[in-house]
Design a protein around this ligand. Sequence first.
Ligand SMILES: [Zn+2]
Length: 418
Amino acid sequence: MCDLRFTHDDELVEQIQVRCGEWVREREGRVRSLLDARRGELLGNTVCVTAELVPDVYAAFRDCVELLTGSDQSGNLYVQQSHDYNANVFSDGHRFDVVVNSGLLEDFSADELKFVLGHELGHVLYEHSRLPVTEMLADSDDLQAEEAVLLLRWSRASEISADRIGLLCAGHLTAAVTALFKTMSGLKSMESDAILRSFRKQYDELQSHQQETGSMSGWARTHPLMAVRFKALEMSALDIAALRSKAAGFSWNSFRALDRQIARTLSSLENPGSPSRGMRSRRWQLCVLTALLYGALEVRSRDCDYWEFISEVHSALDSELPIGSMFDAVEQDSVAFRQSAISEIRSSLGVLVENDAEKIIRLTVLMLATGTNTVPHPSQALRELVALLEVADVDTLVDEVDAGKPVAWSISRILYGD
Ligand SMILES: [Zn+2]
């Protein structure tokens, strides 16, 4: 279950720990007292849902809790009077309290309600309350702008993780999507196929709008745009349904690959100007992969992790180049590959823009350091690449590479700066 967590969610928590770990720890005491105060407020001012009071709602809640935790976590469900379709959760790692508004209980079907409750329990499962972004931002005097952006980006990623648990609890995409639709529009009783079609259309229009205008309307939000949440759910729905029914055909490997694709889709929406699928040429991709293969040549007999690393870059580039044949070419005749690589890189110099050459060198250094956890003294191949790509300050680039981070995250950061 934990593996359903959105990759970006995990990775950004790590980044937040690195960048503002001390800051987060300092506030943990306060976070706890905040949660305590809220619990008092709930007990005093809302109604705790019991089997006797609202049996079907209580049953839906118990179903979700049991599906998720085997009921070793304890928590209550509260209802408060409001027509807004909203819910939230407070958790301190041991106990949790979910609150739903009465409007939602009246107008949502049992499965839609399970999506909402599952979503909130997803926040519990992944301990999202440890970083209460809204409170942290409200109290942000010593927070730098970049750190605030990082927290917001994580907050949106955490919603994607929570939505997946919501979908798991609801059992089917339709309930998840109609729940999102009702929340977004305030409308009820629409036909579910029409809702799916309208979400798809709106997502496509949003995507072209962001690409055309370069508008970054999503970056300052704590929640992803609804159309984006829909897209992320739709992309993972088949896998999550297979996982729930324990059907054959579910594979964690392909789920992880899909997860990466979702991460790139979201990232291209958040930063429309950044290179993403289709925006960089095959020529650029070929140059990056060739340079990495060249860098791996002299050491590859010692460590075939490099092949894995290069495959990871290939997928981060969203490249359709035949990477398997490229590996074969290197294996079959490394001398011939060396020659053709040099002329390939030379002739690619024209397509490189801004920091492209530095990105290639950074990736090469990271590749050489991966597995050993240390950045090696520049190898012969690295020196040759530096000369070929006309990169001036290689020492700084070597110093900047941190091989201790998850490889996929580091690659994406180098390529796309996120
Ligand atoms: Zn949420």
